[in-house]
Design a protein around this ligand. Structure first.
Ligand code: NAP
Length: 465
C-alpha cells in the first residue's frame, strides 16, 4: 500500500510520500535510543511541563489538525475537532497524574519482615523505545493515548502510522517537537507494513503496541513473541448493544444511532450488533431505522454532515460483500443497503447507513466486524438469549446494556465477555478508565493507571539491611 493522502470524499490522490529507506530508519532508531538515555532521567515535573505545552499547541491548532484528519480519512469535521480536543485533554490528564500513577508501592510491613528483609518497594521504571503501529480511524487519538502515558513514564515513542494518514503522522511528530520534547523522543517512521518486522527485531526497540486488525495483530505479536518483547494489542470489535424491557427505548434508539455511525461507522468500540428483547423489539427497530434513514450523508468537510465516506475503497468493498452475503442468506434490509444515489457523492466511497434484520449465525456478518455504517438487529426472547447472542462473537472489546433492573445489571457484569460494560449509554474511551478487550479483541490495556504501567519495568527493590 502506497504511503499517500487520498481524499475518501472524492477518491483524489492529494500527495504521495516516499517511504524511509533503511539508512533513514537506522538514524531514527539511533536517535530514539540516545534520546531515551537522557529522557529517562528527567523529572515528572519537566515531562509534565512539555506535555502541557503540547496540549496547548494542539488546542491552538485544533481546526488545522481536524481538517487534515478529515481530508485523509473522511470523518465529519465536527468529530475531527472533538478528537483533537480529546487528545489535548488526555495529555493534560497524564501530565497531571503520571507521577502519582507511577509512585513507588510499599508492601505491608509484615510481608517485608516475612520475606527476611528490612525494606522493600516496587518502582515503575521506563523500558526504552516503544514502537506504536497505529490505525487510521482515530488517527490522532489512537496515537496520543499511547504517546502521552509512554512519554510521561520516561519511554520514547516510534510511530508507524497507517499508510493512508501520513500527514497526520507527520503533524504528530511536529507537535511533540514544537512542544520542546528533545529530538528522538517521539518520531514518525514513514514506512510500509512490510518494514515493521525489522524495526521490531531491532535490539533498541523494547516493546510494541498495535491498534488495528486481527491480521496485523497476529503478525506483529508473532515477531515480537519471537524476540521476547512485550506487546499490547487493541484489535477489532463487534460490540453488542442490549435493549431490555425496562429500558427507555426511545433514548436507547437515539443513542444506538450515534453508537453505530460515529466516525462513519469505523470505530472498534462502535455498537455493531443490536440485541433487543422481544417485548420492545418493534418499538426499538422502528425508531432506530427511522433515525438511521434520516442521517445526513455527505461531504465530511461540510458542517452538518453526520456520515461521511468510508476511509478506503477496499473498506467499502468489504462492507458491500458482507451485506451481500447476509442478504444472499436471507437477511432483510430495513434501510440503506447500498451506495447513495446523489451524483454529487458519486466519486467518494460512500455507503448508506444500513439496518439488517433476520441475521443468522451462517451469515458472515454475524461473526465478522462490519467496519462502516451497517447495523444488525436481533430479536431475543429473554436475557439468557441476549447474553448468549452477545457472547457468540470472536470479539470481546466492550458492550452496552440498556436496563433499569439491578438484577439484569449484575447478570450482565458477570456474564458479558468483554473488556467493558456500559449501561444506558454508549461505550467511549476516557483517560481515567482502562481500555482494551478479551478474546480476538486483543490483550493489555490502554489509558488509566493500567495503561501507563504496561510499558514499565515493574522493579522489586528489596533490602536485607
Ligand atoms: P490494519 O489494516 O490492521 O492497520 C493497522 C496498522 O497496522 C497500520 O499501521 C498498518 O499499516 C499496520 N499493519 C497492517 N498489517 C501489518 C502487518 N502485517 N505487519 C505490521 N503492520 C501491519 O487496520 P486498519 O484498517 O488501519 O484499522 C481498522 C482495524 O483496527 C479494525 O479492525 C478496528 O476495529 C481496529 N481498531 C481497534 C481499536 C482498539 O482499540 N481495539 C481501535 C481502533 C481500531 P499499513 O497502513 O501500512 O498497512
Amino acid at each position: 500500500m502506497a504511503i499517500a493522502t487520498v481524499n475518501p470524499a472524492d477518491g483524489r490522490t492529494v500527495e504521495v510520500f516516499d517511504p524511509l529507506d533503511e539508512a533513514a530508519v537506522e538514524r531514527r532508531l539511533a536517535r530514539a535510543q540516545s534520546a531515551f538515555e537522557s529522557w529517562r532521567l528527567t523529572t515528572f515535573a519537566h515531562r509534565a511541563e512539555l506535555m502541557h505545552r503540547a496540549a496547548e499547541l494542539l488546542d491552538q491548532a485544533n481546526d488545522k489538525v481536524a481538517r487534515t484528519m478529515t481530508l485523509e480519512m473522511g470523518k465529519p469535521l465536527a468529530q475531527a475537532r472533538a478528537e483533537a480536543a480529546k487528545c489535548a485533554k488526555a495529555m493534560r490528564w497524564y501530565a497531571d497524574r503520571a507521577e502519582a500513577l507511577l509512585a513507588d508501592e510499599h508492601p505491608a510491613a509484615e510481608d517485608v519482615q516475612d520475606s527476611g528483609g528490612v525494606s522493600a518497594f516496587v518502582r515503575y521504571r521506563p523500558l526504552g523505545p516503544v514502537l506504536a503501529v497505529m490505525p487510521w480511524n482515530f488517527p490522532f487519538w489512537q496515537v496520543v493515548r499511547f504517546a502521552a502515558p509512554a512519554l510521561m513514564a520516561g519511554n520514547v515513542g516510534l510511530l508507524k502510522h497507517a499508510s493512508n494518514v501520513p500527514r497526520t503522522a507527520l503533524a504528530l511528530e511536529e507537535l511533540f517537537a514544537r512542544a520542546g520534547f528533545p529530538q528522538g523522543c517521539f518520531q514518525t517512521l514513514l514506512i510500509g507494513s512490510s518494514a515493521v518486522e525489522a524495526v521490531i527485531r531491532d535490539e533498541r526497540v523494547v516493546a510494541v503496541t498495535l491498534t488495528g486488525s486481527e491480521g496485523a495483530g497476529r503478525s506483529v505479536a508473532a515477531v515480537a513473541g519471537d524476540e521476547i518483547k512485550k506487546t499490547v494489542l487493541e484489535l477489532g470489535g463487534s460490540d453488542p448493544f442490549l435493549v431490555l424491557p425496562s429500558a427507555d427505548v426511545a433514548a436507547a434508539a437515539e443513542r444506538a444511532v450515534t453508537a453505530r455511525v460515529q466516525n462513519n461507522g469505523q470505530s472498534c468500540i462502535a455498537a455493531k450488533r443490536f440485541i433487543v428483547h422481544t417485548d420492545v423489539y418493534e418499538e426499538f427497530l422502528s425508531a432506530f431505522t427511522e433515525r438511521m434513514r434520516a442521517l445526513t450523508v455527505g461531504d465530511p468537510a461540510a458542517e452538518g454532515t453526520e456520515v461521511g465516506p468510508v476511509a478506503t475503497e477496499q473498506g467499502r468493498t468489504d462492507l458491500e460483500e458482507l451485506v451481500a452475503d447476509a442478504v444472499g442468506h436471507g437477511a432483510s434490509v430495513e434501510c440503506g443497503g447500498g451506495r447513495p444515489d446523489d451524483p454529487a457523492l458519486g466519486r467518494g466511497w460512500y455507503y448508506l447507513p444500513t439496518v439488517l434484520t433476520g441475521v443468522t449465525p451462517r451469515m458472515r456478518i454475524h461473526r465478522e466486524e462490519a467496519f462502516g455504517p451497517v447495523a444488525t438487529v436481533y430479536r431475543v426472547a429473554d436475557l439468557d438469549e441476549a447474553i448468549a447472542v452477545a457472547n457468540d462473537s470472536p470479539f470481546g472489546l466492550s458492550s452496552n446494556v440498556w436496563t433499569t433492573d439491578d438484577a439484569d445489571r449484575e447478570r450482565c457484569v458477570r456474564d458479558l465477555r468483554a473488556g467493558g460494560v456500559f449501561f444506558n449509554g454508549m461505550t467511549a474511551s476516557h483517560p481515567a478508565f482502562p481500555f482494551g478487550g478479551v478474546k480476538r479483541s486483543g490483550y493489555g490495556r490502554e489509558l488509566s493507571g493500567h495503561g501507563i504501567r504496561e510499558f514499565c519495568n515493574v522493579t522489586t527493590v528489596w533490602s536485607a539491611s
